[in-house]
Ligand binder design. Sequence first.
Ligand code: AMP
Length: 486
Amino acid sequence: MTDIAFQHPFDDDKLHEECGVFGVFGNVEAAALTALGLHALQHRGQEACGIVSFDNTQFHSHRSIGRVGDNFGDEAVIAGLAGHCAIGHNRYSTSGEPALRNVQPLFADLGHGGLAIAHNGNLTNAQTLRNELVSRGSIFQSTMDSEVIIHLTATSRQARIVDRLTDALRQVVGAYSLVVLTSKKLIGVRDPMGIRPLVLGRLDEAYILASETCALEIIGAEFVREIDPGEMVVVDEDGITSHRPFPTHPRRFCIFEHVYFARPDSIFDDRSVYEARKRIGAELAKESHAPADLVIPIPDSGTPAALGYAQQVGLPFELGIIRNHYIGRTFIEPTDQIRHLGVRLKHSANAPLVKGKRIVLVDDSIVRGTTSTKIVTMMREAGASEVHMRIASPPTAHSCYYGVDTPERSKLLAARYDLAEMARLIGVDTLAFVSIDGLYRAMGETSRNEGQPQYCDACFTGDYPLALVDRDGGQETQLSLLNERR
Ligand code: AMP
């Protein structure tokens, strides 16, 4: 889900968005369960959230800026979302003032009835499609790429909703995990490469769809299986059916979900995210350990990798940086300046621990280098005698166009500088990143299969498995006309 009209992807350093989706079919508490599911998926998006339910007569919708607890903690709000089925969405966007019209689930009254849609991912031909649709008379209500799916569904000549949606999705290029609600069905779809996650769960008679297994856990639902890449599951009064309407592609799940984005207690493809992160830390230690006294995680995202690193080399794992949990991402990220300040608000040094010590700092990734630079300064000010930084991913040298928030390439530290320059800029004694093969080894592979990589790792390799149609197709002119700041 991306705001295509807000700014052009290549002018905007914070366009790409991460999201969480959730859906329930067949439980009288559908909206309350959805609120809980969204709460467990809060890390996937904190800017806005929404739920749409259906009560056999009408759809109900509540969409709001802010976090799930603030918007769905009120019983009256949940009571207003009546029905046995509901879908929900968490939106993450780091740029500008969010507009309510861009908060999902998006809803439209189509010729065949209401349709609500929640999308995690990013369509790479959304602007191209939007231009075509607008020229044929479509009137868009939001600036979300996801809305093209609604218009394509609305204009499909197929009769049944499943076929209309299939028709629409055959025209889009990009990464998508969708949950869709109609008056009769809950539909879950994953793009043909399965770039973004989507899992199926069961709670008594009800079926659940969620971005991650941690959202099943919170409601006590049983994990059934992942939705396969290119699979569409349809849940209705008759049960669940599985459809495979798209040409098959080898799976290319986003490896960055394992590195950073997913919650560590989630499981993808039988792999625990927490264990994967620990193994990445162990690989990192095998590849590039520096003599030191302590291993210190940059909390929270660097913690499992730091633990794996410390266990591998047999060094003490210590909390040398204390994180203030009351600083929200939304607060710290609207501008580079505030981000800069935010790191100080978010982390402080455990000075008595680090004073006079040679430390290894472990983080999951370096994007712009803001976090690492600030943390290293903080550690030096706290008296660390040597600071070595180890990163549990290869250098992030390419932007993501498939739904993870990364800035434009020119703002990525690793796209601008080599290893020695990065180390100097960050101010460390030594700097090392896990190798791409080390990352794949941590995922249980022997190495990256160069001919057919097992994951989408475009942010590290620049190997984009799906065409970047809007970028490469010359749609810039129209986009700049739509470029409105709210
Ligand atoms: P930076 O400070 O720009 O180098 O960003 C790196 C820090 O941001 C690391 O501590 C990561 O845990 C975190 N991070 C990495 N990727 C993302 C992302 N897509 N959205 C938000 N934070 C991220």
